[in-house]
Design a binder for this molecule. Structure first.
Ligand code: AMP
Length: 114
């Protein structure tokens, strides 16, 4: 697996504030939160970028969205709304090359993003 900081979190080699875990998906609080709720939802399988997603990953992606919905409900932001963000590549500012979905909520989020 191409080593990233998230690989170490998946293997529990470095700490993270884990809020959800299944056989295939892990979710933990972002270390530099940009909103009152800022959670990263990642597959345990190595997928560096959105452009590396394959058709056979469709179930896994569904599990990531299901985890996002479950967490949004638990954090009481389902009704007021939230944002899911996947940054892909340099122009989007992707820093960690393991697929991750940002779940952002708990405040009004402006649009368009920067
Ligand atoms: P991106 O710019 O989409 O690649 O986002 C990467 C995110 O990972 C950033 O929001 C970082 O704050 C977050 N991050 C980096 N290292 C850690 C870590 N050790 N634990 C939690 N979040 C992290």
């Amino acid at each position: 697996m191409a080593e990233t900081i998230f690989s170490k979190i998946i293997r529990k080699e470095i700490p993270a504030d884990i809020v959800y875990e299944s056989d295939s998906v892990l979710a933990f609080r972002d270390i530099r939160p940009q909103a009152p709720v800022h959670i990263l939802i990642i597959p345990k399988k190595e997928i560096p970028r959105v452009t590396d997603i394959k058709p056979e990953d469709s179930v896994l992606l569904g599990e990531m969205f299901a985890a996002a919905n479950k967490l949004a409900a638990e954090m009481n932001i389902s009704e007021e709304g939230f944002r899911l963000v996947l940054n892909c590549g340099n122009n989007a500012g992707q820093e960690v090359f393991q697929l991750h979905m940002h779940l952002l909520g708990g405040r009004l989020l402006s649009w368009p993003p920067g």
